[in-house]
Design a protein around this ligand. Structure first.
Ligand code: PLP
Length: 401
């Protein structure tokens, strides 16, 4: 398969930054020692890992002892929630949202169905925002943990985590946030927040796949599920992924330097793309709040067309983006995030997520602006849903489940 020329799928994964690759390469060759070894050959790797941990702690505004390296964001999310439940076995209630990533949502469904936990799934409004009153009313003496994402992977909508964490902590409840999409894109200072645990993933911020981290607030009761070695001060057993950790440290250092550009350069490119497409394509709409959103993400629905068809035609032109629906076993099911927002069925089906990065150029944006409108026009000519005709799918409730 040829490499896409125009990469606008950075919320799915990012390219490894050149400085990150340079930093990690020696750890595949000459620096292969085990950081736990007594000899200085391994000790050197341990020293470099400490520096990587410092870089990540600087990005997050936390202590180095509050970071536990994991294999990915999913592991960090699962560990946080399971740890909170294991630390408070008498509590049987979890609060989360309907728009979480499956890393959280599938675990909650599993705990509900197989382990008898009660889970409250908070809804969102049409712009993807939470109702703070609903959150407040959901908290009980039985609530073990609140797990709410910092930023949504599909729409980029940002939840007010500082405010949410303050409320949750005032009730003595553990607070976890899945910040996989937020870290490196928006400033985070954990020392000023009431967050107990925060999950992140290397491959979303220009480190490779296979490395993530969980922030665990100092002195928080912590019950990891891996039993074995003493690594990470007994908090994550197994010989460390040294190359991944070095890479994540280098990526964190680069992200600390680049964060101001996310909100200026990347945001300006995203806004240019978004406003041009919304203006050029009739019956298109933005999914998600216009302001309370990651600066790199734009989720746009094009009515009367299928997202998958758009993606195929974009792909032929070398444009990599992502659609808001997943085609499963012959039936097209719109994304659970857009369904939770009440996006009408025929809009939800034609949603495309463009997610930019610091490597996106103005020429990339111009190329997409030029090519998307004719693609939509072509597809609409062959769409069974004609503009202006009664829509057989609206107002059918999303997916019926
Ligand atoms: N949480 C969110 C919001 C994500 O977007 C993702 C990945 O897409 C994950 C968790 C899972 O991260 P990982 O791929 O590192 O397991």
């Amino acid at each position: 398969m040829s490499t896409p020329v125009i990469y606008m799928d950075n919320n799915a994964t990012t390219r490894v930054a050149p400085e990150v690759l340079d930093a990690m390469l020696p750890f595949f060759s000459e620096l292969y020692g085990n950081p736990s070894s007594m000899h200085s050959f391994g000790g050197q790797v341990g020293k470099d890992m400490r520096e990587a941990r410092e870089n990540l702690a600087a990005l997050l505004g936390c202590g180095t002892d509050e970071i536990v390296f994991t294999s990915c964001g999913t592991e960090a999310d699962n560990t946080a929630i399971r740890s909170a439940l294991a630390a408070q076995p008498e509590k049987r209630h979890i609060v989360t949202t309907r728009v979480e990533h499956p890393a959280v949502l599938s675990l909650c469904k599993f705990l509900e169905r197989s382990q008898g936990y009660r889970v409250t799934y908070l809804g969102v409004d049409s712009e993807g925002r939470l109702d703070m009153k609903e959150l407040e009313e959901s908290l009980t003496d039985d609530t073990a943990i609140v797990s709410i994402m910092w930023a949504n992977n599909e729409t980029g909508v940002i939840f007010p985590i500082p405010e949410i964490a303050k409320l949750v902590k005032s009730r003595g409840i553990f607070m976890h946030t899945d910040a996989v999409q937020a870290v490196g894109k928006v400033p985070i200072s954990l020392k000023d927040l009431d967050v107990d645990m925060l999950a992140l993933s290397g491959h979303k911020l220009h480190a490779p796949k296979g490395i993530g981290a969980l922030y665990v607030r100092r002195k928080l009761p912590y019950r990891p599920f891996l039993i074995g070695g003493h690594q990470e001060h007994g908090r994550r057993a197994g010989t460390e992924n040294t190359t991944g950790i070095i890479a994540l440290g280098a990526a964190a250092k680069a992200a600390t330097a680049h964060i101001p550009l996310e909100n200026t350069v990347v945001r300006a490119l995203r806004d240019k793309l978004e406003s041009a497409l919304l203006a050029a394509v009739p019956d298109s709409r933005l999914n998600g709040h216009k302001e309370e959103r990651l600066p790199n993400t734009s989720n746009i629905s094009f009515k009367y067309v299928e997202g998958e068809a758009i993606l195929l035609l974009l792909d032929q032109l070398g444009i990599a983006a992502s659609s808001g629906s997943a085609c499963t076993s012959g039936s097209l099911e719109p994304s659970h995030v857009l369904r939770a927002m009440g996006v009408p069925f025929t809009f939800a089906h034609g949603s495309i997520r463009f997610s930019l990065s610091r490597y996106t150029t103005e020429a990339d944006v111009d190329y997409v602006i030029k090519n998307v409108p004719p693609i939509i026009e072509t597809l609409r000519k062959i769409s069974p849903y004609k503009r202006g005709a009664a829509d057989p799918l609206d107002p059918k409730p999303a997916c019926g489940c």
